[in-house]
Design a protein around this ligand. Structure first.
Ligand SMILES: Cc1cc2nc3c(=O)[nH]c(=O)nc-3n(C[C@H](O)[C@H](O)[C@H](O)COP(=O)(O)OP(=O)(O)OC[C@H]3O[C@@H](n4cnc5c(N)ncnc54)[C@H](O)[C@@H]3O)c2cc1C
Length: 442
């Protein structure tokens, strides 16, 4: 648990906010190299008053800030590092359809809300598009994600899920693909078919985050960077050098929450994930992805990839379950990349970075409200659209319409067994088991 005053060295090392990155700096990602940075905002060094104080400047916090400012609230955002420093500035950029769990799962586990949850997920994709258009955000959005399967059973399941969405939800953007069609799209012999979802898409994640921040600043939001929040007491947010008194606090910390709020920390567990960028592939890029789409496979530790604007392969995946990033991220991620694309073995890896996301027991996000404190986190790798929508849902709830927020908050969200001390070893065990299943193919 972080306490007021300067955290001792070991506390900083044990907190994912500080464990794997240079303080106050973006990771060495292709995104950070190609984004238009924002001027640095000052640290919080005074005692302020605001209507709303938001802890964390990723999609959740930025979207909440923007929507609240547009609704007339006075908003302060307090960020431990830089705007978009967390998962929002480092992710695979895939804007997926639906919730993290499929509609079949939701129909079984939340039958009364399955339809509303689908509608929220569709609204999330629309919100991303609308924000990009309205605020002129240069996030290079492109439609299309292919989901590639390694087994005939996987293909049958994916085709049947697509048919279910078309029949029950009127969603007709998913096209079934056989082996040849998938091979034609993603240039790998590994897969036997799958689907392409033209209603999903991909974007430059850090540009999207910075664009949201610019829009929020224009709407009057005050930003404080390099200001780790050490304590939240009801409506009082404290950093090492300042504080904000407010009516509502929004915890938008996701995988970097640490011990800031015990009930949330019990339900939301951080895990690390990694991405590499190759050198520009030139004409070879078209042998990897014949269209400007993103792709993901069916593994438990999912591999996901797409091309950058300058024709690099951006590839995410690899196995590593420690708290610290591996020393050689490039070597860890290059392995699955070469399993899918052996033809790239002579290609140089130019960038490699890691990031921390958060998962929940049931892989659905955790939304909660405790008195004055709102939380949305644990998007389980499906947060580009959903975290953006979460910010909007919290803003709407504060402004008086909690319909969507309550639908998300009604989802059962069990605590991880064993408390924070046991969570990491248990997760490592579970992940090893599942990745072993991936390897031996059952
Ligand atoms: C490598 C990787 C790949 C991913 N790929 C995809 C993908 O392709 N598609 C998809 O949908 N999702 C993906 N995700 C998940 C997605 O990025 C996240 O769900 C989403 O960005 C969460 O946004 P957020 O604002 O809640 O959290 P974050 O973006 O992590 O922001 C949290 C912020 O809170 C700040 N913070 C935390 N604690 C404090 C504190 N005490 N004081 C002040 N500030 C604090 C942090 O510094 C951080 O900036 C990926 C994640 C990773 C790491």
């Amino acid at each position: 648990m972080l306490v007021p005053g300067k955290p001792p060295g070991h506390t900083r090392r044990m907190n994912l906010l500080f464990a794997n990155d240079t303080p106050g700096a973006y990771p060495p990602s292709w995104y950070a190299e190609t984004a238009q940075p924002l001027p640095e905002s000052p640290p919080l060094r005074e005692n302020l008053r605001a209507d709303i104080c938001i802890v964390g400047a990723g999609y959740t916090g930025l979207s909440a800030a923007l929507h609240l400012a547009q609704a007339g609230f006075d908003v302060a955002v307090v960020e431990a590092q830089r705007v978009g420093f967390g998962a929002s500035g480092r992710n695979g950029g895939q804007v997926g359809t639906g919730q993290r769990q499929g509609q079949d799962w939701l129909e079984r586990h939340a039958p009364a809300d399955a339809r509303a949850l689908w509608d929220i997920a569709e609204a999330a994709k629309a919100t991303v598009q609308e924000l990009i258009t309205t605020h002129g955000i240069d996030a290079s959005y492109r439609p299309g994600i292919a989901y590639a399967e390694r087994s005939a059973a996987g293909v049958a399941k994916a085709h049947s899920a697509a048919a279910h969405l078309a029949r029950e939800y009127g969603y007709d953007q998913i096209e079934p693909l056989d082996r040849a069609a998938m091979r034609g799209l993603i240039g790998s012999d590994m897969f036997v078919g799958g689907v392409i979802d033209r209603g999903a898409g991909h974007l430059h994640p850090l540009q999207f985050a910075l664009g949201l921040a610019r829009a929020a600043q224009k709407a009057g939001v005050r930003f404080y960077e390099n200001s780790p929040v050490t304590r939240v007491e009801n409506a009082h947010v404290l950093t090492e050098q300042g504080s904000v008194r407010c009516d509502h606090v929004i915890l938008a910390c996701n995988g970097y929450l640490g011990g800031l709020n015990a009930p949330v920390a019990a339900r939301v567990m951080p895990i690390n994930n990694f991405i590499i960028a190759t050198e520009p592939l030139g004409a070879r890029a078209k042998t990897v992805l014949t269209q400007d789409i993103a792709a993901a496979d069916d593994r438990f530790v999912v591999n996901y990839w797409r091309l950058s604007g300058d024709n690099r392969l951006l590839f995410g995946g690899g196995e590593s379950y420690g708290y610290r990033f591996p020393n050689d991220i490039a070597a860890v991620v290059r392995k699955p990349m070469l399993q899918i694309y052996p033809q790239l073995k002579d290609v140089t890896i130019t960038h490699a970075w890691g990031g921390t996301l958060a998962i929940t027991m049931n892989r659905m996000p955790h939304f909660s409200r405790n008195g004055t404190i709102y939380n949305a986190s644990g998007y389980s790798g499906h947060g580009v659209a959903m975290a953006t929508q979460a910010g909007k849902m919290i803003a709407n709830a504060i402004a008086g319409d909690a319909t969507q927020f309550d639908t998300m908050a009604r989802l059962p969200n069990p605590r991880f067994p064993g408390g924070p001390a046991l969570r990491a070893p248990l997760l490592a065990l579970a992940m090893t088991w599942y990745s072993l299943r991936d390897r031996i193919g059952f």
